[in-house]
Design a protein around this ligand. Structure first.
Ligand code: PLP
Length: 400
């Protein structure tokens, strides 16, 4: 586990130490390994409860398991069409219309990918030229940093802000004549912020004014609390042909290991994304794409129960963290609590190490979500069984 981590986003002038610029330097030298995944390995080594990585420790819906077994037995075991199995693309089109209010042609505007991770990487590689500026609201999901480096984008950060609404002046100032894209993640990881329709309208106006593409990561679109509603940027007037909407089965159906996600965009943007996707991965797992049709056929009650169950888990973790002395707020969406740790007198990385090794609970250092700063923050996930969360809270009571 590192005590300091290299800046994941700003391209340093020299590669990280231990590499030789003379013969072997590559873009991989300009960002670090995922701290989130590293925390998971460290948690395993110390038998700590893993509240670092956002994956459920409870089973996925039985309908999905049955559909996956059936797909394997029915011999959907060869490559699917590179941009996705037709029945799955058709199911995604129906879902995007009904839930997100957006119309996509499954033949030309939907690309099935290996999770939203690949959808984001493929979109950035397809739509950004090296040197283009990309606006990244901060704190951000840690993958966007390496995504920017790999695609050659120059990131410009804009504060997400702690308040209820965004700082419009700061956002206006981030748009320049070199801006090519903006990344929006709503509901947000790590803060739990859910962008309101008015905020998205404001950002959409800036995108149109500056001819900018919005790449929106909506992986937590069904995990919302306290009456918050999900709005897709691509559903706003004038954004149809300048938005890439990214989604995934990972969080909504508790199948992070399936690696099935998608990118939705008009035919022009999709054509470019499909080319990159084809040469990156050829396609997402074929049997699981067929099984995914069953996921998208679950009744409305499934989504109500998903949000209700996460609301209960959210409150268990919040109570436990507050009792242990963390300064935190209930998130509006997604399944993380981003806490302030200033009161504990340790930096994020040292404190994360202390929690794993001494208390037996893993979290992610806040600096993983910021290009600069975040050392007073830690992120905990509550995507775990009630009993896992209760045990983590019990351990945190002994935080000394
Ligand atoms: N986007 C966000 C905001 C996430 O929080 C995560 C996982 O934690 C991902 C993408 C990764 O999604 P997938 O499993 O679909 O690749």
């Amino acid at each position: 586990m590192p005590t300091t981590r290299p800046d994941p986003v700003m391209l340093p002038k020299k590669p990280m130490s231990g590499t030789s610029l003379s013969s072997h330097s590559s873009r991989a030298d300009f960002f670090s390994e995922s701290v989130i995944r590293e925390m998971t390995r460290h948690a395993l080594a110390h038998n700590a409860i893993n509240l670092a990585q956002g994956f459920p420790d409870f089973p996925c819906p039985p309908e999905l398991k049955a559909a996956a077994c059936a797909a394997l037995n029915d011999d959907f075991n060869q490559y699917a069409i590179t941009w996705g199995a037709q029945d799955f693309r058709e199911a995604i089109a129906r879902k995007a219309k009904a839930y997100n209010g957006m119309a996509f042609n499954p033949e030309t505007e939907i690309t099935v990918t290996c999770g939203s991770t690949e959808a984001m990487m493929a979109s950035m590689l397809a739509l950004i030229s090296p040197g283009d500026e990309v606006i990244v609201p901060e704190p951000f999901y840690e993958n966007y940093g390496p995504d920017a480096v790999i695609s050659g984008a120059v990131p410009r950060y804009v504060p997400l802000g702690d308040g209820a609404t965004i700082d419009e002046e700061a956002w206006k100032a981030a748009f320049t004549d070199r801006t090519r894209a903006i990344i929006i993640n709503t509901p947000n990881n790590p803060t739990g912020k859910v962008f309101s329709r008015d905020e998205l309208r404001f950002i959409a106006d800036l995108c149109r004014e500056h001819d900018v593409i919005a790449i929106t990561d909506e992986i937590y679109e069904h995990i919302l609390y306290d009456g918050n509603r999900h709005v897709s940027m691509g559903s706003l007037p004038g954004m149809e042909d300048r938005t890439v909407t990214i989604g995934s089965l990972s969080k909504t159906y508790s199948v992070t290991g399936w690696r099935v996600g998608y990118a939705l965009a008009d035919a022009g943007l999709s054509g470019r994304i499909r080319k990159i996707h084809d040469f990156l991965t050829v396609g997402a797992p074929a049997p699981l794409q067929h099984a995914a049709v069953a996921a998208l056929s679950l009744p409305a009650s499934y989504y109500r129960e998903l949000a209700r169950d996460y609301d209960r888990r959210r409150k268990i973790l919040y109570e436990g963290l507050a009792t242990a002395g963390f300064d935190c707020r209930l998130p509006q969406g997604a399944y993380y609590i981003f806490t302030d740790i200033s009161g504990f007198g340790m930096t994020d990385v040292a404190f994360a190490r202390h929690l794993i090794e001494t208390v037996g609970v893993a979290a992610v250092p806040g600096s993983s979500f910021c290009h600069d700063g975040g050392a007073t923050k830690l992120r905990f996930t509550f995507s775990k069984k009630d009993e896992t969360l209760h045990e983590a809270c019990r351990r945190l009571e002994h935080l000394g």
